[in-house]
Design a binder for this molecule. Structure first.
Ligand code: MG
Ligand code: MG
Length: 292
């Protein structure tokens, strides 16, 4: 069942979303050649604790993973795209890193993800990341009251198609609010003017993720990390969005690069369009007809 949120409840989700956006921007600044994935994980744990927020990932044990998850970030490198389990691994020049996180503050949840390249980017990787960001922006633009859920899916799928990337149908976006994964499932491809009507108060995470040359995935032995089946590189962008009478409202907008830099290091990472509030990126992805 789908619970529409009041304006006040959306406002509370936006408080959480602001923190998520700021922390993701900070983490993308910390990510750099030579940084260990566990440094990012511990940085995020510290910031979440300081803020009095609660990670939605910690102890999460969904059907699609080997639970419980004991980290606050999903960190997926190169051909890993979703649910990457943080581990002892130093980032190398040219690595493509996807960072996904969801937290709750006072019972209201926000979920967002982004991809960056550390060190010297391969233009093909930047193009892949750009595609997920453009698809995310298109999905958000389609999240209008009176529209249909399929409008969002179709908008994302069209962008993937225009870039020449296949779309996996198993994991996509999801409803969100009091918990991380609520109905409905928001597929990354579909038909416009189909599916449930988009009413004001619907809050969803929209999260395109693409592999460069396959729509198939494989699971690591860790029971969590999902990779492209052919080893090709992958990217992922996600925002939490509210549908309001005035149109889509992005709840996890990020400060523009350089606007705040709480993170210790200088810009190690590059992303193509980096983002400010509206249109950019996403988080751990999901699930067949369910949420990731
Ligand atoms: Mg996410
Ligand atoms: Mg999500």
């Amino acid at each position: 069942m789908i619970e529409l949120k009041s304006a006040e409840e959306i406002g509370r989700m936006a408080v959480t979303g602001q923190f998520v956006g700021e922390l993701l921007a900070e983490l993308s600044g910390v990510a750099a050649v030579g940084v260990n994935l566990m440094d990012l994980e511990h940085h995020a744990r510290r910031r979440i604790k300081e803020r009095g927020a609660e990670s939605c990932y910690w102890d999460y044990a969904p059907s699609f993973g080997r639970g419980p998850f004991r980290n606050v970030l999903c960190l997926s490198v190169n051909d890993a795209v979703l649910h990457g389990l943080p581990h002892d691994r130093v980032l190398r020049d040219g690595d493509l890193l996807s960072i996904d996180m969801a937290v709750g503050i006072d019972g209201w949840v926000a979920d967002s993800a982004l991809s960056v390249v550390v060190g010297t980017p391969d233009p093909a990787d930047l193009r892949l990341i750009e595609a997920t960001e453009v698809a995310l922006a298109a999905g958000i633009a389609a999240a209008r009251p009176g529209g249909r859920l399929g409008d969002i899916s179709a908008a994302i799928g069209e962008v993937a198609h225009s870039y020449g990337y296949p779309v996996n149908g198993e994991f996509g976006g999801h409803g969100i609010g009091r918990t991380m994964h609520e109905a409905p499932h928001v597929a990354n491809s579909g038909r416009a003017r189909r599916g449930m009507r988009l009413d004001p108060g619907l809050t969803i995470a929209i999260e395109p993720w693409f592999c460069r040359s396959t729509d198939r995935i494989t699971y690591d032995k860790d029971g969590w990390t999902i990779r492209s089946a052919d080893g090709s590189r992958t990217a992922h962008s996600e925002h939490t969005v509210a549908i309001t009478a005035a149109g889509p409202q992005v709840l996890t907008g990020r400060p523009a690069p350089g606007a705040t830099s709480p993170g210790p290091s200088s810009a190690g990472a590059t992303s193509p369009g980096s983002s400010s509030a509206g249109a950019t990126s996403p988080g751990p992805a999901r699930k067949p007809a369910a949420a990731a």
